[in-house]
Design a protein around this ligand. Structure first.
Ligand SMILES: [Zn+2]
Length: 64
C-alpha cells in the first residue's frame, strides 16, 4: 500500500514546470466562431491563451 495516498499533488520538478510552460512550434489554435487560426512558429516559454471573437481559441492538432 502506498503511504502517500492522502498526499494531494506531488511537488512539480523543474523539468515538469519547464515542460508545462514550453510553447511548442506547430501548436495551433482555431477560433470556433470565425474560423480564424493561429500557429506557433517560434517556440518559447510562457502561457499561450489566444482569444478571438471574445472567446478563447481552441487548441487544434497541427494540420497535416
Ligand atoms: Zn474569431
Amino acid at each position: 500500500m502506498n503511504s502517500n495516498d492522502n498526499f494531494p499533488e506531488p511537488e512539480w520538478t523543474v523539468e515538469e514546470w519547464t515542460e508545462a510552460w514550453t510553447i511548442r512550434v506547430g501548436k495551433a489554435y482555431a477560433c470556433l466562431v470565425c474560423g480564424n487560426m493561429v500557429m506557433v512558429t517560434k517556440g518559447g516559454v510562457g502561457v499561450m491563451e489566444p482569444r478571438c471573437c471574445d472567446k478563447e481559441m481552441e487548441e487544434v492538432e497541427r494540420p497535416v
